[in-house]
Design a protein around this ligand. Structure first.
Ligand SMILES: Cc1cc2nc3c(=O)[nH]c(=O)nc-3n(C[C@H](O)[C@H](O)[C@H](O)COP(=O)(O)OP(=O)(O)OC[C@H]3O[C@@H](n4cnc5c(N)ncnc54)[C@H](O)[C@@H]3O)c2cc1C
Length: 556
């Protein structure tokens, strides 16, 4: 092993959400920082993601005159997350630290020149609970011209969206055929694209805009970053973490840290062995997370005595895999499919079993739970011709002709009657007919008596704003009738090592492993077993990175 005598004040493992945030805090205090990234690309799943951060009471809400407070946000988290008996990542102290430091972290990034803003209308996922907010608590980055990164441009992980559109605009685009707003957004995005090309700009959006801006600030601040540098071990001396062992160019090096090491190395979504152990019934083939999400740093921290929690949890994201998409890195997400009017989700017996307009985490959790009693993986999205004309389906636009292979290979099932469709799905025809008839009855009376779909503002946000009287309730009544399979995919895992209110990694007895900090999905989430609002994964990764760096500085 090579000891290059390299020493930094602070070392960060992984270049995810919290890593560059922590590094900027260290640089602002005049400390040297090294970020070691395993893959060739910087930014982690965070760069690929929507880049949305759930930060209640954030400065942009104040700017826009939107009501929020620490008390409201605390009441909300208490109501949604509940007690922490079986979720050691969440505790009153950790929730308070998250909510108090989140707005400070945003102020800090803004002062570093990172251009952020909020999405005005994005209801919390349980907006009807105490302290819930209908106006957005979400913070996002402004579009970023990746050319500003110069030689680093090609080293930023690309986003799942390649449009020159903000996330908010992208969400409105599918309504272009039915609304003036949709048409205007489409025209605006088209104009921006043409103008950008003429002016030599290359915009990236969502998570890539966030991480592009963070990378730019980190480089300007003198943070050292090395890609293709997997960390394989933590160096521990007298019980304290004092450095790392890293592979670089086929050689093994030791690098030491004076103040501490922060693990921001993602979760274990691509590690089928760990999934089988902690999340049986889920598949690494269904995850949308980046390929570096292989869990070895969680296992290394466990070797050094770290406690773990919430390992059964993932941030589920319902997907559907049409022919040809089996090997796609990002499989088609169908979050809106069964939340839109004229569609429901049923298990393999033909029964509805959830509010289909709930959060993606709750949706996939419900699928996996149902599957323990009745086969429900896959479940079937059932919809009619009104749906297919108006809404997107597995990545195709509303009304667009569906590929021949979809019908030929039995991915998209189509029949003239609900009973005929049921027969194609091996569901008792009378059972599916009864389910559809009951749902249509709820639509007629404007109330889903079984699951309250459409009661929350969030449900209606996920539905169709142009469908009245309820944006998520519409009859399944016009032939032909269709079905596609829906699977419990995910955007990453949500459990890991247990940390305290200063992001320090803890042992099972509650004592601290000195020098070791962790953030992001390498940790047991502060959100426990729930997903309170958009950005409940990237937000915590940033906030705990910020907290870790400040705590490490305070501990020197
Ligand atoms: C399409 C999509 C959209 C999403 N949208 C959102 C959203 O808008 N808001 C939200 O909150 N969540 C969203 N998510 C989920 C979210 O992106 C992730 O949960 C989150 O980004 C995880 O962040 P992180 O900082 O923990 O890890 P990451 O951002 O994944 O970073 C971890 C990094 O560590 C590296 N690494 C791993 N092991 C090692 C090692 N041994 N040595 C060195 N480096 C290592 C990895 O390669 C990776 O680059 C989305 C996910 C996807 C896929």
């Amino acid at each position: 092993m090579n000891d290059l005598n390299e020493q930094y004040d602070f070392i960060v493992i992984g270049s995810g959400g919290g890593s560059m945030c922590a590094a900027l805090v260290m640089r602002a205090a005049g400390k040297s920082v090294l970020i070691l990234e395993k893959t060739a690309l910087i930014g982690g799943t965070t760069a690929r993601s929507g880049g949305v951060m759930w930060i209640p009471n954030n400065p942009f809400m104040k700017r826009d005159g939107v009501e929020d407070s620490l008390e409201m946000a605390t009441a909300y988290l208490d109501a949604v997350v509940g007690d922490s008996n079986d979720a050691p990542g969440t505790s009153a102290a950790r929730r308070l630290a998250y909510l108090a430091e989140g707005p400070r972290m945003i102020d800090f990034l803004t002062a570093q020149g990172i251009k952020l803003t909020r999405v005005p209308y994005w209801p919390d996922y349980y907006d009807d609970r105490a302290g819930g907010s209908v106006p957005g608590r979400t913070v996002v980055a402004e579009l970023f011209d990746v050319n500003e990164l110069g030689a680093w441009k090609t080293r930023l992980r690309p986003n799942f969206l390649s449009l020159y559109a903000t996330l908010e605009e992208a969400l409105k685009l599918p309504t272009f055929n039915r609304s003036w707003k949709g048409k205007m957004v489409m025209a605006k995005v088209a104009l921006r694209t043409v103008t950008a090309k003429l002016r030599g700009k290359h915009y990236v959006t969502a998570g890539a805009a966030l991480q592009g801006r963070m990378l730019q600030a980190a480089l300007r601040a003198g943070v050292h970053l090395r890609s293709e540098s997997p960390v394989t071990q933590l160096i521990v001396e007298n019980g304290a973490v004092t450095g790392v062992v890293v592979e670089k160019d086929g050689k093994t090096h030791r690098i030491s840290s004076r103040i501490g090491v922060l693990v921001n190395a993602g979760g274990f979504a691509h590690n089928q062995r760990m999934r089988d152990q902690y999340q049986p019934g889920t598949s690494a083939n269904w995850t949308l997370s980046a390929e570096g999400d292989t869990g070895e740093m969680i296992e290394e921290m466990m070797k050094q005595g770290a406690a773990i929690g919430q390992m059964e949890e993932m941030v589920g994201n319902q997907i559907s895999i049409p022919p040809g998409a089996e090997n796609q890195v990002i499989k088609p997400v169908v979050q809106g499919l069964t939340a839109a009017p004229h569609a429901i989700l049923v298990d393999q017996s033909g029964a509805r079993y959830m509010n289909e307009a709930g959060s993606y985490m709750a949706y996939c959790k419900a699928m996996l739970e149902r599957n323990r009693e009745v086969p429900a993986v896959p479940s079937w999205a059932i919809f009619d011709s009104q749906y297919i004309k108006k809404y997107m389906l597995a990545g195709t636009m509303p009304g667009e002709k569906k590929p021949e292979a979809w019908l030929r290979d039995g991915y998209l099932r189509k029949a003239d009657t609900v009973e005929g469709l049921a027969a194609m799905l091996n569901i008792p025809p009378s059972a599916l007919k009864a389910t559809v008839t009951r749902f249509n009855g709820f639509v007629a009376q404007g109330r889903d008596e079984d699951f309250n779909r459409g009661v929350r503002a969030y449900d209606r946000w996920l539905g169709d704003p142009y469908h009245h009287p309820n944006a998520t309730l519409g009859e399944i009544s016009q032939a032909p009738f269709y079905a596609v399979p829906v699977l419990p995919g995910d955007v990453g895992t949500y459990g890991g090592v247990v940390t305290d209110a200063q992001a320090r990694v803890l042992k099972p007895d509650g004592s601290v492993i000195p020098g070791l900090y962790a953030t992001g999905v390498s940790t047991a989430s502060v959100m426990g077993r729930a997903y309170p609002g958009a950005g409940s994964s990237v937000g915590p990764s940033f906030v705990w990175g910020y907290i870790a760096a400040n705590a490490a500085l305070g501990a020197v």
